[in-house]
Ligand binder design. Structure first.
Ligand code: BT5
Length: 328
């Protein structure tokens, strides 16, 4: 019933709906309506109640929900369906389950918080309320070797969207870190299910520390949030929508004319090109100079013998001001 009341208020958002009309439509008493309105208030929805006028939901108030996320989204495919949770272990896991049971490409899973958020190689991703924790289902119809570039698309989309919504300039540290003033403000986790010859589906997980106090973030990883840098909270719905618009634009460009244009944008956002880096792969660690990004998403580096090497996985650490290197 609470959901039905919310739907009714959302459909007439910004307008008063009288208690009498609500009880007629929904077939419950006005006292019952009050009880549910109070529950919605406890969940964070701002509902004004005025005698003789009824109840009115303030625009864009309350937790993330599919109604706000879909409204004025302006994409063709991405965000065709939103599945929104209050809490999940990981939106990537939830999206994987949905994709396995046939969810359409473009379906987006969003959660207010994650209690088992993951980074790469099973690392923990801290995901308190206030962040953007979302996963997008893609069915790219490509071979496994051709989908690594989706992580690049994710990074470019997130940086552009943050700039558009907040004015803040973020950068990308290969392969998946989003940095703001030298600190990690977000990350991308791309996971693939399928066979070598044909990827069944791809899940792009995006995490952004948006409206989160730095005190809630892992200190050792030098993390920051949009809130800490801006000094104010932002509209999460707007940022999620903008990310989806950017992703759709980039995916279209990829399918139409290959990865070239995406790479040009990626290079402009990269914070790790043309500098001394340490590459950490499996158990080895070596120094190199990062040169460029390859079409398949690999980082091109020059090793100490002057050879050009493609790095496909691993960590890249940039030299800090003291000349040391800093790993996560
Ligand atoms: C990443 O991994 O950067 C990918 C993060 C992807 C998170 C999204 S949220 C939605 C979706 N659902 C998921 O379960 N995951 C995705 P990696 O490069 O491995 O970085 C992980 C490391 O970052 C950890 O070992 C910590 O040191 C650090 N870290 C953990 N939580 C953080 C946070 N909230 N902000 C900044 N750094 C963090």
């Amino acid at each position: 019933m609470k959901g039905k009341i919310l739907d009714l208020l959302l459909a007439r958002e910004g307008e008063f709906v009288s208690g009498e009309e609500m009880s007629k439509i929904l077939g419950i008493s006005r006292a019952g309506i009050w009880k549910h309105i109070n529950r919605l208030r406890e969940e964070g929805y701002r509902i004004e109640s005025v005698t003789r006028l009824g109840h009115r939901l303030e625009q864009d108030s309350g937790p993330l929900n599919s109604h706000y996320l879909s409204r004025n989204l302006g994409t063709e495919r991405l965000g065709c369906d939103f599945v929104v949770y209050n809490e999940v272990t990981s939106t990537n896991d939830a999206a994987k389950e949905l994709a396995k049971s046939g969810a359409d490409a473009g379906t987006v899973v969003v959660s207010e918080r994650q209690n088992g958020g993951r980074g790469r190689r099973g690392r923990l991703w801290i995901s308190p309320k206030g962040g953007i924790w979302m996963s997008v289902i893609f069915r790219p119809g490509l071979e496994l070797k051709d989908v690594a570039c989706y992580t690049l698309l994710g990074g470019v989309a997130v940086c552009h969207a943050i700039k558009q919504v907040t004015g803040l300039q973020t950068g990308i540290k290969w392969p998946n870190d989003i940095l703001l003033n030298g600190k990690k403000v977000g990350g991308i986790l791309t996971e693939v299910v399928g066979e070598w010859q044909a990827v069944d589906f791809l899940i792009m997980g995006i995490g952004i520390n948006a409206n989160i106090n730095s005190a809630e973030l892992p200190e050792e990883s030098k993390a920051t949030s949009l809130l800490s840098e801006l000094g104010n909270t932002i509209n999460l719905t707007h940022l999620i929508q903008t990310i989806l618009q950017q992703l759709e634009r980039l995916e279209k460009s990829l399918h139409k004319s290959g990865i070239g244009a995406v790479l040009t944008e990626w290079r402009q956002l990269a914070v790790c090109l043309g500098c001394r880096v340490i590459i950490k792969e499996h158990s080895s660690q070596w120094e190199a100079e990062s040169i460029d990004i390859a079409d398949d998403g690999a980082l091109l580096v020059r090793d100490q013998q002057g050879r050009i090497v493609k790095v496909y996985s691993g960590e890249v650490s940039l030299r800090d001001k003291q000349g040391g290197y800093d790993f996560k």
